[in-house]
Write a protein of this length. Sequence first.
Length: 95
Amino acid sequence: MNQLTAALADWVPALIVLTGVIVTLTGLHWWLLARRGELGNEARLPRQLLLAGMTLVGALFIVLALPISDTLRGQVLSLLGVVLTAVIGLSSTTF
């Protein structure tokens, strides 16, 4: 039983950060997009980009709060960087 509580105690900061990120992103979505349903596509785009950027920052906070070793954390952050680079590269309209 003590091992279970010790294992769960390691995950409490990550769960708090995860909850904070979810609440923040939900509130930001409501504040930027949901309460203004009459916005056109051109007015929504900067708000959507801001929300996407905040999502990336939230993912970074979650990875940094995980109870994993420093080398594994570095590898996960490198993977996120490669995925972000691939998304930007593949979303390009010109080759």
